[in-house]
Design a protein around this ligand. Sequence first.
Ligand SMILES: Nc1nc(=O)c2c([nH]1)NC[C@@H]1CN(c3ccc(C(=O)N[C@@H](CCC(=O)O)C(=O)O)cc3)C=[N+]21
Length: 279
Amino acid sequence: METIIMDGKGLAKKMQDQMKEQVAALTAEGKTPGLCVILVGEDKASQVYVRNKEKQSEAMGMNSRVVRLAADISETDLLAEVEKQNQDDSMHGILVQLPLPKHIDEQKVLRAIRYEKDVDGFHPMNVGNFFLGNESALPCTPYGIMKILEEYNIELEGKKALVIGRSNIVGKPMSIMLMNENATVTIAHSRTKNLKELAKEADILVAAIGRGHFVTADFIKEGAVVIDVGMNRSAEGKLIGDVDTAGAMGIASHITPVPGGVGPMTITMLLQQTIDKAK
Ligand SMILES: Nc1nc(=O)c2c([nH]1)NC[C@@H]1CN(c3ccc(C(=O)N[C@@H](CCC(=O)O)C(=O)O)cc3)C=[N+]21
């Protein structure tokens, strides 16, 4: 079987070109969309992601603000900074880059963001509304994955989907989105027994484990659609996914690469949701 590589980077570019026009139209009305990213500490990976968000939002003509704070900032001071951005009408979206240093209560900070400005979909109000099927901001990574599946006309209705990983930001919301499209969803995690056998039955396989090349060829059903959410560093320092992509070639019908798959779509959905807030 020939495996189709799903080009998340290409789709992100296509969508961002269309979004540029939305930004220009809003700017003409004096409502340039503004995104504020709050970054605590010096984590190297976080710095790279934040710089990418900054570059891409500026390339689209949006207002981009990055607030860089010291790793030892107190929770009180961080909450005050969030409140300052809540009050600033030029910032339509606020994102606090995760993870936060251990002395800070992450949930408390996420709750402090005005939920109308939450472009990650992490505020409990948005999580609740999403769960209930009401309008809400959506977690950007699974949202971007749904766009990729749509772009490649992947049928989900009645299909067996396996999501490996149960995080609040990927696994849990991903499983609900797939269920909403009438897939039959199973969620697997580190305590799941017979994972390989389960995986082998999946028509749609989403790998969000956080371990480089964990999913090998023997996990994949012939013709399955494989989504790789992993962002790991190999021993040589290369960015690698949770799936052994080379091994999956010829077995999967479709697969997302790392880099160039899910990651660029995550940022794109973040920018789209910021534009939607400005509207
Ligand atoms: N509040 C919050 N919201 C987030 O959305 C959030 C976060 N915190 N903390 C960290 C993770 C990670 N994340 C990525 C987004 C895009 C790429 C991305 O575009 N990656 C490129 C490659 C980048 C490279 O080469 O290093 C790709 O896959 O092609 C990666 C990682 C968003 N996150």
